[in-house]
Design a protein around this ligand. Structure first.
Ligand code: NAD
Ligand code: TDX
Length: 350
């Protein structure tokens, strides 16, 4: 049995990862770590203890707490770390960057130190989950490769780029067995309703206008969360030490087209719901430093890891919209005081 630490396990991608990995990798035991910030939710991991018993454990630890991290490494004797934990929302990083430095940079270095000091041999692997945003913005043409120079625009992406550089430095300096994946925009169940897709679904269901930043022509490259997580498992198992792998599904969409598609889907799925009205789009003040376009070239992962996304955009979006309609209780429970304060700060004066 391999003992794997998964950080950020109660968040969107992390919780989908833990569920999928426990199902697919019967020789893995997973220690799911999370600090349970506003974005972490134990409901996302419900039922796993009952289903997987000693193959699954949850620990509430903040990765900014070096002693907490070190004690866990001392107790657990990990064979590997898969590091998802981060402050992940660009707009929040613009409102307050420091938390992003503390979790994304310092927190990552605390984990690297834990791995450097307590991994038992050089086979033990540290997989760092990064993002296309570290490359900055593209114009109309081209795609990011692993050779593209990093050029982050937001405090979020700068903190992720800094954490990537620390990971690479641990490979170069200490020969720590590190791999980095950089993925494009994820969507799917359990995504916090501040990110574009679940936020627009929530607003549409609640009869609120849909705030599109700028003219809506910015482009994002989308992947269904399970496809990202399959790429994560491949990179963990087959990636070469010290290497970076771009993950993506070659699925670019302009924001405005995506929002219009969501409206069309909701009109179909909610046609019998009393009081549902066609949502209105509101063009609002642009995000400062808003990257124009992201597009990932995943050729290296396809070639070297056998990475191949399986879920089409059409299929994934239908599944996601239906999930948010069927799991209204899940996102309604999240809409707490903190959420409302954030929405007020972010959108009230736009
Ligand atoms: P998320 O915000 O949904 O989840 C992040 C999780 O990390 C939460 O459960 C939160 O409680 C936890 N966390 C935050 N600070 C912590 C701390 N100090 N200590 C311990 N846990 C802490 O984010 P997500 O969308 O699931 O993203 C996961 C990872 O994937 C991040 O590293 C992000 O940069 C990366 N990523 C995300 C996307 C995307 O589209 N969402 C795309 C590419 C890469
Ligand atoms: O209300 C909105 N209106 C709007 O037009 C929101 C929340 C977003 N947008 C636009 C901004 C972006 O162009 O939609 C696009 C997607 O926005 P987000 O969901 O905030 O994602 P993004 O900024 O692209 O970053 C995401 O992808 C890369 C994740 O949040 C990051 O964690 C990941 O690294």
């Amino acid at each position: 049995m391999k003992n794997i630490l998964v950080t950020g396990a109660a968040g969107f991608i992390g919780s989908n990862f833990v569920r999928r990995a426990l199902k697919l990798k019967s020789d893995w035991r997973i220690v799911a770590l999370d600090a349970l910030t506003y974005a972490g939710n134990l409901e996302n991991l419900k039922g796993l203890k009952e289903s997987y018993k000693e193959r699954y454990a949850f620990v509430k630890i903040d990765i900014r707490d070096k002693n907490g991290v070190f004690n866990l490494f001392k107790q657990e004797d990990f064979d590997g770390v898969i590091h998802f934990a981060a402050e992940s929302h660009v707009d929040r990083s613009i409102l307050g960057p420091l938390q992003f430095v503390e979790t994304n940079v310092l927190g990552t270095v605390n984990l690297l130190e834990g791995a450097r000091k307590f991994f038992k041999n050089e086979e033990c692997r540290f997989l760092h989950i990064s993002t296309d945003e570290v490359y900055g913005a593209l114009g109309d043409k081209g795609a990011f490769t692993e050779e593209t120079k990093i050029d982050p625009s937001s405090p979020y992406s700068a903190s992720k780029a800094a954490s990537d550089l620390f990971v690479l430095s641990y490979f170069k300096t200490y020969r720590l067995n590190c791999v980095i994946t950089r993925c494009c925009n994820n969507y799917g169940p359990y995504q916090f309703p501040e990110k574009l897709i679940p936020f627009m679904i929530k607003r549409a269901i609640d009869g609120e206008p849909l705030p599109v930043y700028g003219d809506g022509r910015n482009v994002r490259d989308w992947i269904f969360v399970d496809d990202h997580n399959d790429g994560t498992i491949l990179a963990f198992e087959k990636g070469n030490k010290g290497e970076i792998y771009n993950l993506g599904a070659r699925c670019e969409k302009r924001n405005i087209d995506l929002v219009k598609l969501l409206i069309e889907k909701l009109k179909v799925f909610l046609k019998d719901r009393k009081g549902f009205k066609e949502p209105e789009i509101a063009f609002v003040k642009d995000r400062p430093g808003h990257d124009f376009r992201y597009a990932m070239d995943p050729s290296k992962a396809e070639r070297e890891l056998g990475f191949k996304p399986k879920v089409s955009f059409e299929e994934g979006i239908d599944l996601t919209v239906k999930w948010y309609i069927e799991n209204e209780g899940w996102w309604r429970r999240i809409i707490s005081g903190e959420y409302l304060e954030y929405i007020e700060k972010q959108y009230a004066k736009r």
